[in-house]
Each structure stands twice: as structure tokens, then as C-alpha cells.
Design a protein around this ligand. Structure first.
Ligand code: ANZ
Ligand code: ZN
Length: 830
């Protein structure tokens, strides 16, 4: 017999079980011949920026509960991990410290991997991938070529968001309140030729397919996706501009207000504004140029804000209202955006607040065309005087034959008529823009495109993939406004795949969101070298059953992954149109009320916490802290308390004296009830993602079992106690795997407890067989009776009337009626 330690020593049991698990690989998945049903559980893969931090510790503890649960329930669970390994930090480390981005990245990956192993993450270590590996990004390039063939990837010159500090292009999504998401520098605009993916072609499906996610993803995330796509329905209307052959189209959500248009506005930074200004007189041109320079330095957020003074320049020309022939002065202004709708609007100051502010600032007329009333039926004050535009529903006035119609009817009528007359018609607009994927950086996937002076843009043939990055040695990676790859002249100079003549490689690299848009598919067959992933495996595993990750990725990553999945579906490469069936956004780990950061000085180091309290206590603390989606504050938590609980649970396993396999049915029924109820409820709670409650229930069971062991009437030899402690070991295996494994061994079992199997629940032990019946006399409660749950009304009435207390309160009075609601209530009327 092996010597058992006298107390729970977290570090000793960590040392003891890690090598055993390395051998046993309990989380290997998708092995040939495995016929268990499958589940794909996925944690968002990390960026290898350094060692793991408290945020990772929380996320992986939560993901593990789910993966380990389904494994116990008898599923073949795929729970892979990889690294989102391209991106700026590696490159910045290279610039600052001369580090090789390749070395820097792989060193960090090794460090994180070692920490994940120690943290006992239930990952399938045979599926690991890193996106910076040529064997991965080769398939980024392959997918890009397929998109390019379909016209879904294209290049065009455009005004792009430019970070003057990082010297790179930013997607709209990466501009937060006018500033670079990474470095905080004020973002400016620049004209560059860039690669785009045509995600706008999928706008409608990205919206419609959200029906499948309703109730499975957090509502908040669905709302954010919806807003980002920003579907708006209205009408296009064509206006003739004096002195211009081509009419100009505007987009409006309120075609019913056409008769109320009193001026016309074009976005100051649009081509149309420049064209109209060029035709105006010298003074106007001057004024326009000055104004445009100001506008260029204003962010989109500022431009759209309602409480800014409304500035603009009159362009000395007029637009003709197609419904009544009125001449509307044309202005250039910044509150109209060049890239929404058509970059031009009809202004209806009576019914649009921004138009009204502009009209009042520039003395333009205001004409009410919808009679809007308040709740009492009184007309709202005249916008021209009140300064408040009336935007609600009402009846049309001053609007020709629309007069008397309500808003919705008028919208329909005008839209239809515009379409008949070839002047526009109903249309739908989106806020979503095509996805800009060019980056002028080194550490990313090179575009598999060659620019040839004769053939133009030529795709690199599939059999020449991957186009590998050159070595960074000797390259100046510091930002210069063009890609550092351009300086790798030997790499850039190549042969045109089409004509064989001299040509140049594209020197941009892809946004790393491309890498993460399909990595969940690569996990299915990470070594495959004939395709990005295996269709058969995709059929077997997709969609991901449960995705776990931070709410910071609520919009972009999820939108792009959804987009890629739809494209791959259309290419017949994957069945489902949505990649992630369920989504859990874990909360943030904070310290003293704010996000942990070095500069704030409130950083809690995971390694130190693990050294002090042990892995299991930290994992348990993370899971027990609250509902997984809530933020947690480390300052409020008690890893010491968690450790104490684990020691108590562990001690129980040491105390059990019955032999493995003892027949629990011969043991204490009360103990068995507690065990079976806890296991039953724990299963439901895990599936409802209420992991903290699972821990609470497990704690209750541990307390009950401790009482039973210490109770001479039950004692450590009772087989029901063994059954209970074994159940605790399995429940704890979801959260505190080392302690659970050690308990399992103490109970006489061999590893791994992770694969022990979920205890079978005996339903008969779940039945509550007695309930409390309340007996009232004259409306007052006089007694409470413990009665069988299925007692009949007659029996209950007899029992109630037999009660001494009930008899005492009836006294001599005559019983007029007895109302019985079995099994819980008896009402005696006297
Ligand atoms: C006339 C009108 C009358 C409007 C009225 C509103 C109320 P959403 O709902 O967000 O899609 N608009 C159109 N293009 C614009 C641009 N490029 N920049 C700024 N504003 C633009 O907004 C559509 C409405 O925003 C459109 O309907 C247009 O103003 C304005 F009583 O047209 B509306
Ligand atoms: Zn060529």
C-alpha cells in the first residue's frame, strides 16, 4: 500500500498528476473508430503576447467546465487550442528591441503552452496551430484566391483611416472615437489602393441568419451585430442639378417628406462636392477649399454628433425637386457623410433635427409637411420657432395629392410613384462597408498576388503556395507608410505566373482578422496539406457547439467568421451557414474596480497566484466568483476559502473506508438522496451555463457527506458515503482537476477521473416524497402536517380534522365546510 499524504498539498498533487495525464492524453478527440456522439467546444484562441494572465485563467477555467462536462457525459469532445500569432506586438518588439518576430512569437507560444499545461486545460494537444506558420497561412492565401476568383476580393483606391503613429491603415472597426484602437493616436485620412473583401454582398444573410442564434447568443451581441450591419429601408430619389447632365441620387428614409425639402446637401469630402465647387466662382472655390481642409481633420463621430454647430458652404447651384420643380440651394457640409447612402441628401428641416439646425444656422426656410400631434391631439409647436424638428407619425399637409395620408401610406405611395416615373424608388441601405484587409506591415500573411506590367493583377497559382514571408533580417520594419516588405527587393522581384516576364509581388499583408475567420475549421484537420480543412470532418463536427470568449470580439471577429462560413458554405465546403451555435461571453477580471494593467499598478500575476494557492484553488475561485458572464473583481475573491473547501473535499476521500464497488443501495437513503439530487441538478446547471451554482451545490454535498461520515449512525464505511464522495470527485473534475484526480486515486480508482463518466442518477431518489400541508381554521394557519406527496383529498381531510391543534381551535363550533387542495392546503370553515 502506497503512503498517503496527511494533508491536501496542491503542489504535490500537481507534480504527481501532470506526468500521468501527459501519458494518458484524456482529451484526445476524433480518434479513428470512436463512435461516441461529438461535441465541439471552443475557446477563442489567444494572442501570444506574453505569459497567460488572469483573464485567460478565467476564460479557460470556464471553457474547461463545458468541455470536461460533455466528456463525462460520454461525448467525443473536441476542445482545441492554437495561437492567433500574426500582428503588431511581434513587429513592435522587433522594432524596439531588434527581436526576430518569428523567434519572439514562438517563444511566447511555448511559454503560454507550458502555463496551459500546468493550469490543466483540457485541450487536445494534437490539434495545436499557429496562424503565423506557413502551413496555416498558406490556406489563408488559398482562400483569398478563391474569393478573388469570385470577385469577393478586390482592390480599389479609397480614402482610408490612417494611423500616423503606427503608419498603417485601420479598418473602421479599429477606429474608436476617432482614435487608433491600438495606440490612441488621432486617426487621419489618406488615399491608398487597398484590398477589400466584399462582405456587403452578405449583409442581408448576416442579418437574416441571426434568427438561428436568437436565445443561443447573448442578446447584447446580436444587437451589436445588427447595429453594425445597420440595415435601413427608405427610397432613392433622383434630383437634376442645374448645369450638370447626370442627375444626383439621394437616399432618404422619409420620402413622404419630399414636399418639405428646402435645400440640398452634398458631403463636403465627396467627389461631387469637389466637382460642383470647381464650377463655382473663385470666392466659393476658395471658401470650399478652406472648409474641406477643416473637414478632413474631423472624425466621423464628431461629424455625426448633433450638438455641433452646423457648418457648410453654399455651392452657387441648385437642385430641382422632382415632385414639384422647386429649386433647392445646394450646400457642401460635413454632417453628410461621403460613404453612406449616396453622399448627398435632400434636407427637410421641419422633420429632421440636423437639417433644422443647419437651416437655422444659415437662414434657410423650414416647411412643415407632416402634421404631428401630441398625446392630447394638439399640434406640436412650429419647428422653425421651437428649434425642435417633429419626427413622429402624422398626416401629410402641403404635399400635393399626398395630403391627408398618414406617414406610412405616404412613404409607400411616393416610393411606388418614383419607381414608375424612373425617378428612384424603394431601396435598402447598410452601414456595413466592405472589409478593408490590406495592412502595410511585415508580420502578416502576404497577398498571393503578383503585379505584372503586361498582365496586371495576377493570382499566384495554388501549387506555388505558400508565398512565404522573407526573413526579417536586415529589413527595416519601422513604419514608413508603405509596407516593410517593399524593401525586401529580392523577395518582391519575381516572375509573372502568367507571361513569365518580370513582375512584382504585392507587398501588403492581410488583416489578422482574416486568420481568425476560419481557424475553427482548421482545427478539424490541422495537418491536412491538400486543403484548408476536410469536408468530412466539417460535417462531423460543425457547427461549434459552444464558443467561449471575451465580449471585446462581439462585433468584428464574430461578423467576419460568420461571413467566411457563409462564403465557404456557398463554395460547398461546409454545411452550416453559422459557425457558432452557442456563445458565452465571459466577464472581465478586474482588480479594485478597474481593468488590470501594469501602468495602473493593479496587475495580479497569474503565476504568483498559482504558486501561492495552487492551480485548483485559482480555477475554483474563477468559476465560483459569479455567473460566468459577469465581471469579477479579484479583490473581492478568496482563493484561500477555495483552498479550504478543496482540502475538506479531499479529506473526505481519505476517510472513506468501504471498498470500491460497494453496493450503495445498501447504504443510507438520505445520503443517497443528497448525492443524486446534486448530480442531477449539476448537470442541468452546467447546461444552463450556471457554473458558479454547480460549485455551490458541490459544497453543500461535501458538507452533507462530512456530517454523514461523522455521524455514528452512518459513518465512513457506509457505501452511500462512498457513492457520494465519488460523485464529488467527478463534479470537482470539471473545476479542480488535480484534487479530483487525487480523490479518485484515494478512492481506489485508476486515472483519469476526467473520463470516469457522469454518475447515473436514480430518478426514484429525486422524488420529494413528503410535503407540508397547511391547515387553516377561520382563515388562520393552525397546523402544518407532513404528508405523502400523493395523498388523496379524503385522507388529507381526515388527517387535518384529527389534528389536536385544529380540534382545539374549532372548539365547539359547527364545521360548515372543509375545502381541500391536496397535498398542500386544508381550509376549515366554521
Ligand atoms: C430626408 C429626411 C427627412 C430624412 C426626414 C430623415 C428625416 P438612417 O436611418 O440612419 O439610414 N442621410 C442620408 N444619407 C446621409 C449621409 N450620407 N450622411 C448623413 N445623413 C444622411 O438615415 C437615413 C437618413 O439620414 C436619410 O433620410 C437622410 O435624411 C440622412 F424628416 O432624408 B433623410
Ligand atoms: Zn505578366
Amino acid at each position: 500500500m502506497e503512503d498517503r499524504p496527511a494533508r491536501w498539498d496542491p503542489h504535490a498533487i500537481e507534480r504527481r498528476w501532470l506526468p500521468v495525464w501527459d501519458e494518458a492524453t484524456p482529451f484526445a478527440s476524433g480518434l479513428p473508430g470512436d463512435e461516441r456522439p461529438r461535441k465541439y467546444v471552443l475557446d477563442m484562441f489567444p494572442y501570444p503576447s506574453g505569459d497567460l494572465h488572469m483573464g485567460h485563467a478565467e476564460a479557460y477555467a470556464l471553457g474547461d467546465v463545458i468541455a470536461r462536462y460533455w466528456l463525462q457525459r460520454g461525448y467525443d469532445v473536441m476542445h482545441p487550442i492554437g495561437w492567433d500569432a500574426f500582428g503588431l506586438p511581434a513587429e513592435n518588439a522587433a522594432i524596439k528591441r531588434g527581436a526576430d518576430p518569428v523567434r519572439w512569437t514562438y517563444d511566447n507560444i511555448e511559454q503560454q503552452k507550458a502555463s496551459m499545461r500546468r493550469y490543466a486545460c483540457a485541450f487536445d494537444w494534437d490539434r495545436v496551430l499557429a496562424t503565423c506558420d506557413p502551413s496555416y497561412y498558406r490556406w489563408n492565401q488559398w482562400l483569398f484566391l478563391r474569393l478573388h476568383e469570385q470577385g469577393l476580393a478586390y482592390r480599389r483606391p479609397s480614402q482610408v483611416n490612417w494611423c500616423p503613429n503606427d503608419q498603417t491603415v485601420l479598418a473602421n472597426e479599429q477606429v474608436v472615437q476617432g482614435r487608433c484602437e491600438r495606440c490612441g493616436a488621432a486617426v487621419t485620412k489618406r488615399k491608398l489602393t487597398q484590398w477589400y473583401l466584399r462582405i456587403t454582398d452578405y449583409a442581408d444573410r448576416l442579418l437574416a441568419d441571426m434568427d438561428q442564434l436568437q436565445g443561443q447568443w447573448p442578446d447584447k451581441v446580436l444587437a451589436m451585430q445588427r447595429n453594425w450591419i445597420g440595415r435601413s429601408t427608405g427610397a432613392d430619389v433622383r434630383f437634376v442639378l442645374e448645369g450638370r447632365d447626370e442627375p444626383v441620387t439621394i437616399y432618404t428614409t422619409r420620402p413622404d417628406t419630399l414636399y418639405g425639402a428646402t435645400f440640398f446637401v452634398v458631403a463636403a469630402d465627396s467627389d461631387l462636392a469637389a466637382e460642383l465647387a470647381a464650377q463655382a466662382d473663385e470666392d466659393t472655390r476658395q471658401a470650399f477649399e478652406t472648409y474641406l481642409a477643416e473637414v478632413r481633420s474631423t472624425t466621423e463621430i464628431e461629424r455625426l454628433s448633433t450638438d455641433r454647430p452646423k457648418t457648410g458652404v453654399f455651392l452657387q447651384t441648385h437642385a430641382v425637386n422632382p415632385v414639384n420643380g422647386e429649386r433647392l440651394p445646394v450646400w457642401a457640409a460635413d454632417y453628410v457623410l461621403a460613404d453612406y447612402g449616396h453622399g448627398a441628401i435632400m434636407a427637410v428641416p421641419a422633420h429632421d433635427q440636423r437639417d433644422l439646425d443647419f437651416a437655422r444656422a444659415h437662414d434657410l426656410p423650414v416647411r412643415v409637411v407632416v402634421d404631428v400631434r401630441d398625446a392630447d391631439g394638439e399640434p406640436l409647436p412650429d419647428p422653425a420657432r421651437s428649434g425642435e424638428a417633429t419626427t413622429g407619425d402624422g398626416v401629410l399637409v402641403h404635399s400635393g395629392d399626398l395630403d391627408g395620408l398618414r406617414k406610412a401610406e405616404a412613404i409607400e405611395r411616393v416610393s411606388a410613384r418614383l419607381a414608375e416615373d424612373g425617378l428612384g424608388g424603394p431601396t435598402t441601405t447598410y452601414r456595413l462597408r466592405d472589409w478593408l484587409i490590406s495592412r502595410q506591415r511585415f508580420w502578416g500573411t502576404p497577398f498571393p498576388i503578383v503585379h505584372c506590367p503586361t498582365c496586371g493583377e495576377v493570382r499566384v497559382p495554388d501549387d506555388q503556395l505558400p508565398v512565404e514571408l522573407p526573413s526579417s533580417e536586415g529589413l527595416d520594419l519601422s513604419p514608413k507608410g508603405r509596407s516593410p516588405l517593399a524593401a525586401a527587393t529580392d523577395w518582391v522581384r519575381t516572375e509573372c505566373p502568367s507571361c513569365g516576364g518580370p513582375a512584382e509581388r504585392d507587398t501588403d499583408t492581410m488583416d489578422t482578422f482574416v486568420d481568425s475567420s476560419w481557424y475553427f475549421l482548421r482545427f478539424l484537420s490541422p495537418q491536412l496539406d491538400t486543403a484548408p480543412f476536410d469536408r468530412e470532418q466539417a460535417d462531423r463536427w460543425m457547427p461549434v457547439e459552444q464558443y467561449v470568449g471575451g465580449v471585446t470580439h462581439a462585433i468584428l471577429h464574430l461578423l467576419y467568421a460568420r461571413f467566411f462560413t457563409k462564403v465557404l458554405h456557398d463554395m460547398d465546403m461546409v454545411g452550416p451557414v453559422e459557425p457558432f451555435a452557442r456563445l458565452l461571453n465571459q466577464g472581465m477580471v478586474q482588480m479594485d474596480g478597474s481593468a488590470m494593467s501594469k501602468s495602473r499598478g493593479n496587475l495580479v500575476r497569474l503565476g504568483e497566484q498559482l504558486d501561492e494557492h495552487g492551480v485548483d484553488a485559482i480555477r475554483l475561485t474563477m468559476v465560483f466568483a459569479g455567473p460566468p458572464e459577469d465581471d469579477i473583481d479579484w479583490a473581492d475573491l478568496s482563493p484561500t476559502g477555495s483552498a479550504k473547501f478543496l482540502a475538506r473535499a479531499w479529506r473526505l476521500a481519505q476517510d472513506v473506508t468501504s471498498a470500491p464497488g460497494a453496493d450503495a443501495a445498501t447504504g443510507s437513503v438520505d445520503v443517497r438522496r443528497a448525492t443524486h439530487r446534486t448530480v442531477h441538478e449539476a448537470g442541468q446547471l452546467v447546461e444552463a451555463l450556471k457554473f458558479n451554482v454547480v460549485v455551490a451545490r458541490t459544497m453543500e454535498l461535501v458538507n452533507a457527506l462530512r456530517k454523514a461520515v461523522d455521524d455514528p449512525a452512518v459513518g465512513p464505511a457506509d457505501p452511500a458515503v462512498r457513492e457520494g464522495v465519488e460523485a464529488v470527485a467527478v463534479l470537482l473534475s470539471l473545476v479542480a482537476p488535480y484534487t479530483a484526480e487525487d480523490m479518485w486515486a484515494a478512492l481506489g480508482h485508476s486515472p483519469c477521473v476526467a473520463r470516469a463518466g457522469w454518475p447515473t442518477v436514480d430518478d426514484s431518489l429525486l422524488v420529494e416524497d413528503s410535503v407540508t400541508a397547511v391547515v387553516q381554521v377561520r382563515g388562520k394557519v393552525r397546523d402544518r402536517l407532513d404528508v405523502p406527496k400523493d395523498i388523496s383529498a379524503d385522507d388529507l381531510e381526515r388527517l387535518a380534522l384529527a389534528s389536536e391543534r385544529v380540534q382545539a381551535s374549532i372548539g365547539g363550533a359547527e364545521v360548515r365546510k372543509v375545502v381541500v387542495r391536496a397535498p398542500s392546503l386544508v381550509n376549515v370553515v366554521v
